[in-house]
Ligand binder design. Structure first.
Ligand code: GAL
Ligand code: ZN
Length: 670
């Protein structure tokens, strides 16, 4: 595994650089990431390129066995550029130009900026493309992060008009498909298209608080902006690939931003890569992001280009708490268990300067190695010991479908304050994970045939072609779990003029009769008839009353809803389709899901652990390999039947073993 840190040699005095390099070498890591914000050093004046500040560092580290991921610096257009070409600056939805002085103050559509970015990427590719100490390339840094993924500058306005025209061809078609007559919004020319100012962008501020712009144009703007950023990135990808065969990627923001459709944006990149800053103070690291990482580029290992390094000051001023001893090591091994090929901590040594002055790092500002450095050293050593286990294969039996149209549409028109699409997908991941089933988070377009069970949470917007895909999957014997708010709207983000779930009433054997949000005014009890017995609980998020030929496994118990179906199971072809018209409370939902999983034939987990733990199953040379993690503040007992061998200590355990606090065991069948 590639393991290491982000490092910023451009900020160092020669003396510090020397000390840091020695520490890096002594730590046992094998990878650093450099260059990402250093445009003013790479190109201090237009057309003048410098690499002499970076070359010796790459070389010295390389000779000591530490490889470099070189970044393009385009997250930080330098002062000379912003002064000379002010049109490259980002304009937010309020019309406010993001000035020079922070980072990410550029427009990804602007032709001038695209050209300047292409040139610097080419220069970097040309210079480092064949360097034996360079491992690969990172484009930019966290595209769209910090509310920079929805630009409204004149170039974006212009491009958005073209986008709408290319997708709808004539204004008549636009008017008809999007129902523009509503509130007198019919257009007579595409020149009348404007970028919508109501935003769902994380950290975005609505330009006009109560404006109710048309959901159709809003969804198009999400898709358009995502694609513009992908096109921008592609320019750099091509520029680099002219000179190198090494992997080229960018660092997504895990699942945090979602201003870019990562399924699309990583198609032409060689690795899915992302940054991850989970809470780590005796708390379970939610592996949903790893499930997603496996789903974006199936069968290709993923990279984590930034990961927690510990606590201290934070970027926004408020601090981050420290990681307890061993938690970093545990987290790195957890990422490896989930399929990571690279993990780099952010970052090596605390900055005295700039917006991130005093921030947490592996080594403190004084350059004295302390606990976190020693732990990184130990981790590097453990990874070396585990090298032969990296090729273990992971075969997951559940796919959870995540879809950007659904995500955006549910944010544009939320159905209930306490319902978040994202968190809902994660909830399924977590419940299954607690039962010992690791899922992949996949797209609608993925190959579903490898999975015994597919979960499709609230696919609010659904293209008609996927109706057939769902039906085929079940017909062939798959188990499909869908929920309320499935197939409500079409690709234009307007309501299907059909009974719901549109086009799928035969698959699920139900038709939705009535819907409402679940909150204090409407909350109601439901009864589930499970194989393990009857369960009664409250409904959560949303309520749909169902009628049809399906078996009603869940029904309402109270008021006028008493007796109405809400959880339905329908045999279809060789498989089974489940429709959850509400979400049962967590405990009951887990029991329901466990039953569905069992019926779907998922392989039960051999090892049982208490809550706050995780077991990841892989296979090496035909033998099962189990990674057991305990994120709790005290030791726990893992239990199983038979003998398993701890691959690190070579000790064999019979029927169970203790897992230390913030610790892990890697166990193999003999
Ligand atoms: C990341 C970013 C890094 C650094 C870090 C601080 O989102 O990519 O450059 O700012 O946050 O936590
Ligand atoms: Zn723009």
């Amino acid at each position: 595994m590639y393991y290491g840190v982000a490092y910023y040699p451009e900020q160092k005095t020669p003396d510090d650089l020397k000390k840091d390099i020695q520490l890096l070498i002594d730590s046992g890591i094998n990878t650093v990431r450099m260059g990402e914000f250093a445009w003013c050093r790479f190109e201090p004046q237009e057309g003048e390129y410098h690499f002499e500040w970076l070359d010796p560092v790459v070389e010295e580290l390389g000779k000591a066995g530490i490889y470099t991921v070189i970044c393009t610096p385009t997250a930080c257009p330098p002062a000379w550029m912003c002064e000379k070409y002010p049109e490259i600056l980002y304009v937010d939805n309020r019309g406010v130009t993001r000035p020079f002085g922070g980072r990410r103050h550029y427009c990804y559509t602007n032709e001038r900026y695209r050209e300047l970015s292409r040139i610097i990427a080419e220069k970097i590719g040309e210079h480092y493309g064949k360097n034996p100490y360079v491992l690969g390339f990172q484009i930019d840094n966290e595209p769209a992060q910090e509310a920079t993924g929805r630009c409204h500058c004149p170039a974006c306005q212009q491009a958005f008009r073209k986008w709408i025209e290319s997708r709808y061809h004539t204004v008549e078609e636009w008017n008809q498909r999007t129902g523009s007559v509503f509130w007198s919004q019919e257009l007579s020319s595409f020149s009348q298209v404007y970028t919508p100012v109501t935003t769902i962008e994380p950290y975005g501020i609505d330009a006009v608080p109560v404006h109710f712009e048309n959901p159709s144009i809003r969804l198009e703007f999400e898709r358009f902006s995502s694609q513009q950023q992908i096109d921008y990135q592609e320019i750099q990808t091509c520029a680099l690939k002219k000179y190198t065969d090494k992997p080229v990627t960018t660092n997504g923001t895990g699942l945090a931003t979602n201003s870019i459709d990562y399924f699309n944006s990583f198609k032409t990149l060689d690795r899915y890569a992302f940054d991850f800053y989970p809470g780590m103070r005796h708390s379970k690291i939610d592996p949903f992001a790893y499930g997603f990482a496996r789903g974006v580029k199936k069968d290709t290992p993923f990279w984590i280009l930034e990961f927690m390094s510990g606590g201290g000051h934070g970027l926004r001023g408020h601090g981050r708490v420290q990681t307890p001893p061993n938690a970093l090591k545990q987290a790195v091994v957890q990422a490896m268990a989930h399929g990571a090929e690279m993990m780099l901590h952010f970052q090596f040594r605390t900055f005295p300067y700039g917006a991130e002055q005093l921030n947490y790092a592996i080594v403190d500002i004084d350059g004295v190695p302390r606990r976190r450095y020693r732990e990184m050293q130990e981790t590097a050593a453990v990874l070396k010991q585990l090298a032969s286990y990296e090729k273990a294969v992971m075969r997951n039996e559940v796919g959870i479908v995540f879809d950007y149209d659904a995500y955006w549409a549910l944010a544009i028109k939320p159905v209930n304050e306490n319902f978040r699409y994202f968190a809902f997908c994660d909830q399924f991941y977590k419940m299954l994970n607690e039962m010992g089933h690791t899922s992949d988070v996949i797209s609608l377009d993925a190959d579903w045939s490898d999975y015994k069970m597919i979960v499709v949470p609230s696919l609010f917007v659904m293209q008609e072609s996927y109706r057939q895909k769902m039906k085929e999957y079940v017909k062939q014997g798959g188990t499909l779990v869908a929920t309320f708010l499935t197939s409500v709207k079409n690709v234009d983000n307007t309501g299907y003029i059909e009974s719901l779930p549109a086009g799928l009433t035969d698959l699920f054997g139900v038709t939705v009769q009535e819907v409402e949000p679940v909150d204090g005014r409407s909350r109601s009890h439901i009864k589930l008839s499970l194989a393990s017995g009857e369960e009664t609980c409250e409904d959560v998020y949303w309520s749909e009353l169902l009628e049809g030929s399906a078996q009603m496994v869940g029904t309402y118990l109270e008021d006028y809803k008493a007796g109405c179906g809400v959880i339905a199971k329908n045999v279809y072809g060789k498989g089974t389709a489940w429709y959850l018209g509400t979400m049962p409370e967590e405990n009951t939902a887990s029991k329901l899901l466990a039953e569905i999983a069992q019926e779907a034939g998922l392989t039960p987990m051999k090892i049982q652990v208490p809550s706050g733990c995780e077991v990841v199953r892989r296979e090496l040379d035909g033998k099962k390999l189990y990674y057991v993690f305990n994120f709790n503040a005290e030791p726990v007992q893992a239990v199983w039947q038979g003998t398993l061998r701890d691959v690190l200590s070579e000790v064999s355990y019979e029927n169970g073993a203790q897992v230390a606090q913030d610790g892990f065991l890697i166990l193999q069948e003999d």
